[in-house]
Design a binder for this molecule. Structure first.
Ligand code: IMP
Length: 192
């Protein structure tokens, strides 16, 4: 069964294909010739995931799922949250600047708890204007400095609960077993 994952992020595609690849043919946005910036203007993870998945169904006619992820830090009122990609002012997906800002904001704070939360929206062409949501969460803490080189985004400063190393040190195999996205995708897979 073919299904579009509304991303061109190679890390995410690898992660998702290693979980769902044997059961589904996962197409990227490039694979379906979608080269536009899909609107992501909602102020919640749920809203953005719905917006992206419905855009593909409505404009390209494929079944589609889309994800939106935020790193939620309680001692910062849930920030960066839905703003995770553009947390550092004037940037877009600049992981280095985003991590440095987060480390600065947490400097001197004892409570360094954080969680990654992924929301996946599945939208299908036969269900006009309908969708289903799946959530995955991994809890952890923000390290005092960057550790490790694997992964992407905030991985070098996120230490998942039960481990002493960051996602960037633990590597793909362990991350894929416990990550926010993996947990949301497992729910999606069971549903499908
Ligand atoms: P997106 O919604 O997946 O694009 O994620 C928003 C922001 O969160 C981006 O800046 C990503 O770098 C970051 N992010 C998403 N997933 C992960 C992850 O698995 N590890 C580290 N950072 C992530």
């Amino acid at each position: 069964m073919k299904i579009v994952f509304a991303t061109n992020n190679k890390h995410k595609l690898d992660e998702i294909r290693s979980i769902l690849g044997s059961r589904f043919e996962i197409l990227s946005l490039n694979d379906i010739g979608c080269h536009v910036d899909i609107p992501e203007t909602a102020n919640t993870l749920e809203g953005n995931a719905i917006q992206k998945a419905r855009y593909i169904v409505d404009n390209y006619g494929y079944d589609c799922f889309a994800d939106d992820t935020g790193l939620e830090v309680p001692s910062l009122g849930g920030e960066p949250g839905v703003h995770s990609a553009r947390y550092a002012e004037g940037t877009d997906h600049n992981s280095e600047a985003n991590m440095q800002k987060l480390l600065r904001c947490l400097a001197g704070k004892d409570d360094r708890r954080a969680q990654f939360r992924t929301v996946i929206c599945l939208a299908r062409k036969e269900d006009v204007a309908d969708y289903t949501l799946f959530e995955g969460i991994v809890k952890g803490t923000i390290a005092k400095e960057k550790q490790g080189t694997e992964g992407f985004g905030y991985d070098p400063i996120f230490v998942p609960e039960g481990y002493n190393e960051s996602f960037a040190q633990l590597g793909m195999d362990i991350k894929n077993g416990i990550s926010h996205r993996a947990r949301a995708v497992e729910k999606l897979a069971r549903y499908l």
